[in-house]
Design a binder for this molecule. Structure first.
Ligand SMILES: [Zn+2]
Length: 386
């Protein structure tokens, strides 16, 4: 099979994050089994999804992880020109959901298995295919925990998110939290007797806006990113039941997209401090059963790999491009890095095509991915000979 034939199979599985990815995982497991490579599956709690881990080469420490996620974003409401789950070629491009983000990388990695097998690898090549990346990197932490418990310690990881095969060594991290303001309801004509949850939420939201603007002015800055500072943002608010009732509850979301050097928990703590020290005493002076809770719902660590790290040097040698970049979007790379694995991002396709109707990958990018994998196998083989 060629990479494009593999990609055709992978795109054919509707693995939108809300659905099971098991049909795809079974297909990959069979594909590897036919090549004498055993897979280990790490399921979610309900058994409806799985991460896949497989090792080619010697069973020992070190080596490289090739990491990709198997889930894709939804297609509802998007005007597609052809069926998103049927790979369709038009004008040198392959259309289909997940072609660039990121089944294209999974396809070139699988296509390279025979070559890795034919190379006398000194260190292992691991495949790590996860679920639920697109909904907050929920799958990969359990995979990393499983390999940690098994005592497997890879040295490096290539996360194949679409970078047009450019070397990416930095990304912002994301922390998402839910906020709940519990007020005290009453008739709106008696407003001072109540604690208006929506209005207290508005004060927290304004504090968040000021914090973002302060960082935008004063930093810290990392000029590789645009914007170059950490940003905080509220994307959803829900509160109140009627215009003539002082609302009892208000819920909103807080998203912190932070530079690798910033600690998102510290930033969330500053919001929390404002709630505890300024707002809650006022609220409780009116009604003691009121308060504010902030709870973290998901977290995706940033990435700040040294551009001189071994894995970065290997990728630079293969691509012949000495530049390295940082990206604003989040990937699983931060999780691998946090687990002590030296991690970079490099994969075929462009992020500009991701998550859109008529998502595509250029055939030339699949070919570049194939060449990359061949060169990687050769590089690992040469190491064995040295
Ligand atoms: Zn992705």
């Amino acid at each position: 099979m060629t990479s494009i034939e593999i990609l055709r199979r992978l795109v054919g599985f509707d693995t939108v994050s809300s659905k099971s990815n098991l049909a795809l995982i079974d297909w990959v497991r069979d594909y590897l089994e036919r090549r004498g490579v055993a897979s280990e599956l790490v399921h979610n709690e309900t058994g409806t999804k799985a991460n896949l881990w497989a090792t080619i080469g010697p069973d020992r420490d070190g080596g490289i992880v090739l990491s990709g996620h198997t889930d894709v974003v939804p297609v509802e409401g998007q005007p597609w020109s052809s069926d998103p789950f049927t790979l369709t070629e038009r004008g040198g491009k392959l259309y289909g959901r997940g072609t660039s983000d990121m089944k294209g990388f999974v396809a070139v990695a699988l296509n390279a298995v025979d070559r890795f097998k034919a190379t006398s690898l000194d260190r292992p090549v691991h495949l790590a295919f996860s679920y639920d990346e697109e909904v907050g990197c929920l799958g990969v932490p359990t995979l990393l925990e499983a390999i940690r418990l098994r005592g497997i310690r890879p040295a490096a990881c290539i996360v194949g998110e679409p970078t047009s095969m450019k070397l990416v060594v930095g990304q912002k991290g994301i922390l998402c939290a839910d906020a709940h303001v519990r007020g005290h309801e009453c008739h709106s004509s008696m407003a001072p007797d109540g604690v208006n949850a929506v209005q207290y939420a508005a004060r927290i939201i304004d504090f968040i806006r000021q914090e973002t603007e302060r960082r935008y002015r004063e930093g810290p800055f990392d000029e590789r990113f645009n914007p170059a500072s950490t940003t905080l943002h509220v994307g959803m608010v829900r509160g109140g039941t009627a215009s003539n009732i002082v609302p009892r509850d208000c819920h909103f979301t807080v998203e912190i997209r932070h530079l690798p050097i910033d600690d998102p928990h510290e930033i969330l703590q500053s919001v929390e401090n404002h709630c505890r020290r300024t707002l809650e005493p006022e609220m409780r002076a009116v009604a003691p059963d009121t308060g504010i809770t902030l709870s973290v719902v998901s977290k995706s660590p940033g990435l700040a790999t040294n551009p001189e790290a071994d894995i970065a040097a290997v990728v630079r040698r293969i691509t012949g491009d000495n530049n390295s970049f940082a990206v604003a979007y989040a990937t699983e790379a931060g999780h691998f890095s946090e687990a002590g694995i030296s991690t970079i991002i490099c994969g075929p396709g462009s992020i500009a095509q991701a998550h859109k109707p008529d998502e595509f990958i250029e055939i030339s990018q699949i070919e570049a991915g194939d060449r990359f994998m061949q060169a990687l196998a050769d590089a690992l083989g040469r190491k064995a000979a040295a």
